[in-house]
Design a protein around this ligand. Structure first.
Ligand SMILES: Cc1cc2nc3c(=O)[nH]c(=O)nc-3n(C[C@H](O)[C@H](O)[C@H](O)COP(=O)(O)OP(=O)(O)OC[C@H]3O[C@@H](n4cnc5c(N)ncnc54)[C@H](O)[C@@H]3O)c2cc1C
Length: 418
């Protein structure tokens, strides 16, 4: 294996290399606005909720507000791996929820990937969609043991996730056949453009400051609706939502210049996720760039200029090819203490969906459908993350150093290559 090296060149662009669809400007909320449903957050979760609501009832008056605009949050800044799995690894999920629920969760997660691919195709979104599967790989002895336990659990549950026969540069690998990759900003903005054509009223630059009794308060006006969906993911703190702890977490990502065809062949078509928490995950774009996420994480407002370099160094040590970093960026996700999101009802008028733990592209599409069904009177089958609160985590207060120390410990573990 050739060690990866970063070639020196021009400084990286501090944004992702994504290609959002240009959108017509939307006004901010001014005066008193009323609607049937108000959605806060124009990421994939909020947009997918609007999409499914209007599909179920095109006559509904739905308004969508965002502090900035569509794809301003994680949905425009992800690395674009659309994969199955949710919550704890499958062997631990069996112990926690029992075989039937663990299996149902996995099958549901595969279904979300299919729904996301269908959505991209239906929109005709120019988002570089690929559907080549996903590898979860072990590069250390302990990770190899964990993958073996997961492989056995998938086998016993009759799920089509199998060890790769000759894992090449990895110690071991599991292949998830139902997985995709795409440009998340292109998909998110394509959905926003489609919804504008379907009559969705969108308000940009409208940060909601408080909510209560069915009324949303923005700097220059208010919105009153029969139902409200809060889809702000990790931005819950300023709204004081009673959803337990959805901790904001700053993730880092980089993209390289297009690789040569020979180097692309060495990486392979599948997206790759290292089995160790916080270790790198990466994939090729259709134009041959390598896009990577992972590395040390931070709890905002703390930032760490060295985090990109460290995350990249870890990957470079594991990569069989050299490459030059051309883009690097950060984004905020919502993390919960048990790795499961929160999709639930806060009060009579209000639903919340978020806490995707950095794994939300496929989940967002499914969550939108779930919320639309719930709001239009259908009772979807309960799954473990259909709940009102996440467990408490010490993001602030005297115990906060414990959480930060734990994240540093995870980063240290993830940085080890054997
Ligand atoms: C660097 C990075 C890499 C990632 N890689 C992947 C990946 O490869 N695969 C994957 O599945 N997931 C990945 N994710 C996670 C994924 O992007 C998210 O889980 C998903 O996009 C969440 O969508 P969302 O709509 O719930 O939240 P967001 O897209 O974060 O949308 C929330 C929106 O709420 C708005 N908002 C916040 N507060 C307010 C307020 N008070 N008033 C009005 N609006 C408000 C924000 O402006 C934002 O637009 C990654 C995330 C990051 C940051």
């Amino acid at each position: 294996m050739r060690g990866g090296t970063v070639r020196d060149g021009a400084p990286p662009v501090e944004e992702p290399p994504w290609r959002p669809v240009p959108l017509a400007a939307a006004p901010p909320v001014r005066g008193r606005i009323t609607a049937d449903v108000a959605i806060v957050g124009a990421g994939l979760t909020g947009l997918a909720t609007a999409h499914h609501l209007l599909r179920r009832d095109p006559g509904l008056d739905v308004v969508l507000l965002d502090a900035a605009g569509p794809a301003a949050g994680a949905s425009g800044r992800g690395t674009g791996l659309v994969g199955p799995r949710i919550g704890p690894a499958i062997d631990r999920a069996r112990k926690r929820f029992g075989d039937e629920t663990a299996r149902a969760c996995y099958l549901a997660s595969e279904d979300w990937v299919r729904q996301t691919v269908e959505l991209a195709e239906e929109l005709g979104a120019d988002c570089g969609l690929t559907t080549d599967g996903q590898l979860i790989v072990a590069t250390t002895g302990p990770a190899e043991e964990r993958l073996a336990a997961q492989a056995e659990a998938y086998r016993q549950l009759g799920l089509a996730v199998e060890p790769v026969d000759r894992p090449g540069r990895f110690r071991a690998a599991l292949r998830h056949p139902v997985a995709a990759t795409l440009d998340p900003a292109a998909l998110t903005t394509a959905l926003a453009a489609d919804l504008a054509r379907r009559g969705l009223r969108r308000f940009d630059h409208s940060p909601v400051r408080t909510l209560g009794g069915g009324e949303l308060d923005c700097p220059d006006g208010t919105v009153r609706a029969r139902h409200t969906v809060i889809a702000v993911n990790g931005f819950t703190r300023s709204l004081r939502l009673p959803v337990g702890t959805v901790a904001p977490l700053q993730l880092h990502a980089v993209a390289t210049a297009p690789l040569t065809a020979a180097d692309r062949a060495l990486i392979g078509p599948e997206a790759v996720i290292d089995a160790t928490t916080l270790a790198p995950y990466y994939r090729l774009t259709p134009d041959g760039r390598l896009v990577m996420g992972g590395g040390p994480v931070r709890i905002p407002p703390t930032t760490d200029p060295a985090a990109h370099r460290r995350g990249w160094d870890w990957l470079a040590r594991r990569l069989p090819v050299p490459a030059a970093v051309t883009h690097r960026w950060t984004g905020q996700v919502g993390m919960t203490g048990d790795d499961l999101p929160v999709v639930g009802r806060i009060d009579e008028h209000t639903w919340y969906a978020g806490g995707c733990c950095g794994h939300g592209l496929a989940l967002a599409t499914a969550t939108g459908r779930h919320l639309a069904e719930a709001l239009t009177g259908e009772a979807p089958p309960p799954l473990p993350w259909h709940r009102e609160r996440a467990p408490w985590l010490p993001v602030t207060g005297p115990a906060a150093p414990l959480l930060r120390g734990y994240l540093r410990f995870l980063a240290h573990q993830a940085g080890r290559t054997r």
